[in-house]
Design a protein around this ligand. Structure first.
Ligand SMILES: CC(C)(COP(=O)(O)OP(=O)(O)OC[C@H]1O[C@@H](n2cnc3c(N)ncnc32)[C@H](O)[C@@H]1OP(=O)(O)O)[C@@H](O)C(=O)NCCC(=O)NCCS
Length: 313
């Protein structure tokens, strides 16, 4: 990873703000989830505009020109159009070349790491050196604001990374899915409204099982142990899920959390965490980050990321 960027929308919504529109309170949300605020798109903002802004910053941060990009993957479930993909509109907006692979993928909250794996494969099959991978969502437009058990959890945002191909090492990943409807957003043509519906307890149990098993699978493939890892970044869905897994993996100080600031931003949450770590001076050149995402599908993705970001400006 040689460049990183992010975009947050303009409307900050605190737990107290939510308690004015739904039967909830700051104590319940912060104690059960760790969330204190999240951002919603304001007038004129959308998943696409956030994704394009985050990608622009990541390319600038990588110190390359957009024409150098050889592959564009966007992970999202909330793009502005069903077609064209966000990736195609991002390509046009940033002046990225035409004759390269450009597509969206839907792997929900595992999408950024699924996208990272897809980009690695694309660079190998199609050739090229630099891949742009973005995760971004406008979940605020998919929320049932009368369902207090889900609407307090999610937020909008986008995070982007530029990767440079490294022929000396293989990307180590662990990808999977367990088909099921425990998190769902019904599509056009369905009699149900297109909002996020979730069986929170089932997803919680899925997450605390799959996170450690995926992290261990990546470690095994990379022939490493937790001692070789500088940071662990889990999809930010619930601070209790992360704390439980951190304890189970035996190195709680390596698990980063920023869910208090953004809530669950689905495909954006892992690059948003990496971005904050970079800005806080925690991510250093040469470090190894073990990352894991999980969510609708039910999908999961673990990956080992090698960090080569420049010094924070
Ligand atoms: C959703 C989640 C936070 C709920 O937490 P929980 O501790 O399991 O809470 P429960 O669902 O058992 O509900 C407990 C009580 O709180 C109430 N409650 C639910 N949401 C509430 C809210 N926002 N404010 C106040 N009370 C709430 C429930 O009605 C229930 O009340 P009752 O005991 O009177 O019936 C938790 O299950 C979770 O985080 N699951 C994983 C979700 C996830 O990660 N999803 C995304 C994956 S990408």
């Amino acid at each position: 990873m040689i460049g990183i960027g992010r975009a947050l929308p303009g409307r900050c919504v605190t737990n107290d703000d939510l308690s004015k529109i739904v039967d909830t309170n700051d104590a319940w949300i912060s104690e059960r989830t760790g969330i204190r605020r999240r951002y919603y798109c304001a007038e004129g903002e959308s998943a696409n505009s956030l994704i394009i802004a985050a990608a622009r910053e990541a390319i600038g941060n990588a110190h390359i020109q957009p024409e150098k990009i050889d592959c564009v993957i966007v992970a999202t479930v909330s793009g502005d159009y069903v077609t064209p993909s966000v990736a195609c509109l991002l390509q046009a907006a940033l002046g990225i070349r035409e004759n390269i692979p450009v597509m969206d993928i839907n792997a929900a909250c595992a999408g950024f790491l699924y996208g990272t794996a897809a980009a690695s494969g694309m660079l190998q099959v199609c050739g090229g050196r630099y891949a742009l991978v973005v995760g971004g969502e406008q979940l605020s437009r998919l929320m049932d604001m009368t369902d207090r058990s889900t609407c307090v959890l999610f937020g909008d945002g986008a995070g982007a990374a530029v990767y440079e191909r490294d022929d000396t090492t293989n990307l180590c990943v662990d990808l999977g899915s367990r088909g099921g409807l425990d998190i769902q957003i019904q599509g056009a043509g369905s009699p149900e409204p297109s909002v996020i519906q979730m069986n929170g307890n089932a997803v919680f149990r899925f997450a605390v099982g799959v996170i450690p098993s995926s992290l261990n699978a990546v470690l095994e493939k990379a022939n490493l142990t937790m001692e070789d890892i500088d940071w662990v970044v889990c999809h930010q869905a619930n601070a209790r899920i992360i704390d439980h897994c951190a304890k189970k993996m035996g190195a709680p100080e390596k698990f980063y959390k920023n869910i208090d600031r953004y809530g669950n931003t689905s495909a954006a949450s892992i690059p948003l965490a990496l971005y904050d770590m970079y800005r806080e001076g925690l991510l250093k050149d040469g470090q190894k980050v073990l990352a894991v995402g999980f969510g609708g599908g039910l999908t999961w993705a673990g990956a080992l990321l090698n960090i080569h970001l420049g010094v924070t400006e």
